[in-house]
Design a binder for this molecule. Structure first.
Ligand code: ATP
Length: 893
């Protein structure tokens, strides 16, 4: 190429000149060899990620947390008091805490950032004369990109063809109104926002169709240059983490007050100020759940990657939590509940029914008994081929479709009858078109055939039949419209679950362009295609699983009511006597009436995308938490309004993916069910961690307060408390995040979103374990002193009681209801690794002289270990009995 693309005013040049300069052909696109050469020069079409917050800054931010500030203050005061070792260790611990937080946060961020990359965006290009779908990263300058409504523009394009093309360029220009696009050259000084013949990377097409030449890729695009669109580091907060953060802050205030009170009470009782200060510090560092924020982020991040493995990519972290509360899933039919593998089974043209044999996209099969194709049947096939944007391709002996499967099925059928779409397209080129749109429910194209201009229409019967005034008879003559006969044939097809597509034509059109006005009436009805789209194999069991989990499933489709009902029954979404609500009926209901109707209706047919928004709102007004799927541009508002907007990764438009909270990589309904199961699992694991961690903090707080009140020496020092909190949170508590999902999660109703995280039963369990810890550690501490052992030994025993009880209690917390034995003692190996590491660390703390010096611990004997183990076992058994008692009571109730 002669010029550096960035400097050329592409909008100023005529399209032919642009093609010339880029050494490209608007008719055929680039050849494969040429593409390889250009890729080597220009690299991938990807914008280099902007550097995230620097590591130093991220590390420094770890210290700007109320808890850490308290710890640092304590360390400073301790240092001022001359306690250098203590101060050093507190500093050290805050440092380690920051390092762990830094690493884990980085990992979670990377995992989430990687997920957003996993949703690849695909583009349709013209290369070597054929249409292809490619990841947008593979584009090179000179490529021809074919744009359709819903596409995100993948690179900077100079448009040379457009039909009703409209773009939203707010990402680039800040202007939120749609801009019309056309191909004509513009004055050189036209401002970026007014360059209607250009489509810029990152903007989105909301209607129409068009084609453009890639003039710049990757960092050389306008977007790349201003790099305003680059994803920031993902937000790691969710409503739950924010709730926990504010809970921690309240806890901090309460604990600080309690610490002050302890200090004051101690002083009043005549204790030494230094001792009391240390007690206050111990209380502060002990009662604060340090590990909680990190554990929550990590549990969520692990949940997100588990969901990704099950083909649900989370785009917004809060969705992980909301999934667990979902009460209704509103799902599209085509492609989500069904395979979107269309095969025409029968054709009804001119009053004659013709069966079509063969399966899939391979054009092997026959129409009827292989008779000659003529009259209305031939016209029907011709219309299906010409009014069509799909392409049929054979790659590695495998037939595939580029484009809409509904259209692909028509190409396959025509080939079975010996009609080749490529020959027909060259014989009767398209003069103009009205692109398909879900709201319009039809598409049309204009051709000149043997000197006559004919517009072909294909779409929903409800759209085309009312516009028809006559019909083609079997022999191809035009006769009076036999409306009842056509309706009957369509109903017959729909009752078998076939998707019905109608075809009509406007004969002798005068204008050389097509618009909605020319499609208003006067059509000749040509025929009907009935195609099967089998339900997805896994969808049936997924619907059943949702029902067992108390989640309602509703089918929302643009398809015919009878077809929709037939498939809904097959999937278990509708029962025998159920009826469907159509878009037209829906439009006639006011909001209150709709609220009542949505409760009992499971199938919504012939729904326009805009009506999905009303449905979501009506369901939400009933207190439901709604998950809604969508793929088109017009689905975006409903996806945004829904509690969980779910976009299709394969069939979905970029606009829908942008609006969604979650993207399904396989478009399968079963993946929604899997994500909900994971969502419930994540929530469970969070609750388990909280239930496990709080007793340590409360137990430590109780021990300190009890010691001060009893006038006893502190059974555990602030340093030892820090040790317990830090090590157990990382090596014991965090292992709960790896806990497999319990089978029962999909056998209970959804969690009401407003419900407190801990129910009263769990609060009681936390209190129970806190008291057990108090009794065990304080009790053994006093016993040790009584037996004449040193203070260091007694404290070592107290510390080990905490760790051992926490380790045993960890097994209790693996399930909140079922017994530790029932869930399989070895079903989460992470727990065992954690316990092993913890045992090792306690060994070091107890026996390594350096650790003895740092933490004021001392070696202890076998007897002590036996006593500690006994306390652990007692705690384990007591909690086990409590769980059992509650389960029995629940079952009995
Ligand atoms: P979903 O169940 O996901 O809503 P759908 O395909 O049934 O999918 P739409 O895509 O909105 O819903 O289509 C609505 C109707 O428009 C279809 O039932 C069919 O009659 C018609 N239609 C679908 N695809 C095309 C097409 N490519 N060209 C012309 N008409 C179409």
């Amino acid at each position: 190429m002669r010029d550096e693309p960035a400097r050329v005013a592409w909008h100023f040049l005529a399209a032919e000149e642009v093609a010339l300069r880029l050494e490209a052909s608007c008719a055929d696109g680039l050849g494969e060899a040429e593409v390889i050469g250009r890729r080597a020069v220009h690299g991938e079409n990807r914008i280099s990620p902007r550097a995230r917050k620097g590591p130093l800054r991220r590390f420094a931010l770890q210290f700007v947390q109320p808890l850490v500030v308290v710890l640092l203050l304590a360390a400073v005061v301790t240092a001022l008091l001359g306690e250098w070792v203590d101060a050093g260790v507190i500093f050290g611990v805050t440092l380690i805490n920051a390092i762990i937080g830094f690493i884990q946060e980085g990992r979670a961020e990377n995992a989430l950032a990687a997920l957003s990359l996993a949703v690849t965006s695909e583009v349709t290009v013209l290369r070597a004369g054929g249409k292809q779908r490619l990841p947008s990263t593979e584009l090179v300058p000179g490529d021809i990109v074919l744009l359709a409504a819903g596409d995100k523009v993948p690179a900077d394009l100079r448009l040379f063809r457009s039909k009703d093309l409209q773009a939203i360029e707010s990402a680039l220009t800040g202007e939120s109104a749609a801009v019309s696009k056309h191909g004509a050259a513009l004055p050189e000084d036209t401002l970026l926002a007014d360059r209607c013949n250009m489509a810029y990377a990152g903007t989105v097409m909301i209607s129409g169709q068009g084609a453009g030449l890639v003039v710049a890729t990757g960092d050389r695009t306008e977007t790349g240059r201003i790099s305003r669109l680059i994803a920031e580091a993902p937000d790691l907060t969710t409503p739950l983490t924010r709730k926990m953060a504010s809970f921690s802050n309240w806890l901090l205030i309460a604990i600080s007050l309690l610490a002050l009170l302890t200090f004051a009470v101690g002083l009043l009782r005549g204790e030494a100020a230094f001792e009391m200060f240390m007690a206050a510090v111990a209380l502060a560092v002990g009662a604060i759940p340090e590990g909680l924020p990190a554990a929550m982020t990590i549990t969520l991040a692990i949940g997100v990657s588990r969901m990704a493995r099950r083909r649900a990519i989370i785009r917004k972290l809060p969705a992980v939590e909301t999934l667990g509360s979902t009460t209704v899933i509103c799902s599209d039919k085509t492609g989500t509940l069904t395979e979107n593998q269309m095969t025409v089974r029968e054709i009804h043209a001119g009053g004659v029914q013709t069966m079509v044999s063969g399966n899939g996209y391979a054009p092997n099969g026959k129409l009827g008994d292989g008779q000659e194709i003529s009259g209305a049947l031939r016209e029907c096939l011709l219309a299906g081929v010409l009014c069509n944007d799909a392409a049929l391709r054979r790659s590695n002996r495998h037939w595939e479709i580029v484009g809409d499967p509904t259209e692909g099925a028509l190409l396959v059928t025509a080939r079975k009858a010996g009609l080749d779409e490529r020959t027909l397209a060259t014989m009767f080129p398209r003069l103009d078109e009205i692109p398909f749109d879900s709201a319009r429910q039809y598409m049309a194209t204009l051709h000149e055939i043997e000197g006559t201009r004919i517009a072909y229409f294909k779409g929903a019967l409800e759209q085309l039949l009312p516009r028809s005034v006559s019909m083609l008879d079997a022999d191809g003559t035009v006769v009076a419209l036999r409306r009842a006969e056509i309706d009957g044939a369509a109903r017959n097809m729909a009752a078998q679950g076939l998707r019905v597509l109608a075809v009509a034509r406007l004969f002798g059109a005068e204008a050389t362009t097509l618009d909605a006005a020319s499609a208003a009436g006067g059509l000749q009805f040509v025929g009907l295609f009935g195609m099967i789209d089998p339900p997805r194999a896994k969808a049936i069991s997924a619907v059943r699983a949702c029902h067992a989990a108390g989640i309602a499933v509703k089918m929302i489709t643009g398809d015919h009511a009878v077809t929709a009902l037939s498939i809904a029954r097959h999937l278990g979404i509708a029962q025998a006597g159920d009826s469907a609500l159509t878009g037209r009926e829906l439009a006639a209901l006011d909001d209150d009436a709709l609220r009542t109707v949505v409760r009992s209706t499971a199938v919504f047919a012939r729904v326009e995308p805009e009506q999905k928004l009303r449905l979501v709102r009506a369901l939400q007004a009933n207190g439901e938490i709604v998950a809604m799927t969508g793929d088109g541009v017009n689905d975006a508002p409903a996806l945004k309004q829904a509690d969980i907007g779910i976009a299709m990764g394969q069939a979905g438009t970029e606009v829908a993916k942008d609006a969604a909270d979650m993207v399904l990589t396989d478009d399968d309904f079963a993946s929604i069910e899997a994500a909900i199961e994971e969502g419930r699992g994540v929530f469970d694991n969070l609750v388990k961690f909280i239930t496990w961690t709080l007793p340590t903090n409360f137990g430590e707080g109780l021990v300190i307060v009890a010691a001060v009140l009893a006038g006893a020496t502190l059974p555990i020092t602030p340093l030892q408390i820090l040790w317990i909190n830090m090590t157990t949170a990382v090596f014991l508590g965090l292992m709960l995040a790896f806990e497999p999902i319990e089978h029962s999660v999909m056998h209970r109703p959804p969690r009401p979103p407003g419900q407190p995280i801990l129910d009263p039963a769990l609060v009681w369990r936390i209190v129970l374990v806190s008291v057990l810890l108090l009794a065990g550690s304080f009790g053994l501490f006093l016993l040790e002193l009584e037996q004449g052992n040193s203070l260091a030994e007694a404290r070592t025993v107290a510390v080990n009681v905490f760790v051992v009880v926490e380790a045993m209690y960890l097994f209790n917390c693996r399930s909140l209801t079922r017994s530790a034995w029932r869930i399989g003692v070895f079903s989460n190996p992470a727990i065992w690794y954690g316990v092993l590491v913890m045992a090792l660390l306690q060994g070091l703390l107890t026996y390594l002289p350096l650790m003895n010096r740092l933490f004021a611990t001392a070696p202890i004997g076998v007897n002590e270990w036996l006593e500690i183990a006994a306390v652990g076992i007692v705690a384990f058994v007591v909690v086990g009995l409590e769980k059992r008692w509650r389960t029995r009571r629940r079952v009995g109730a």
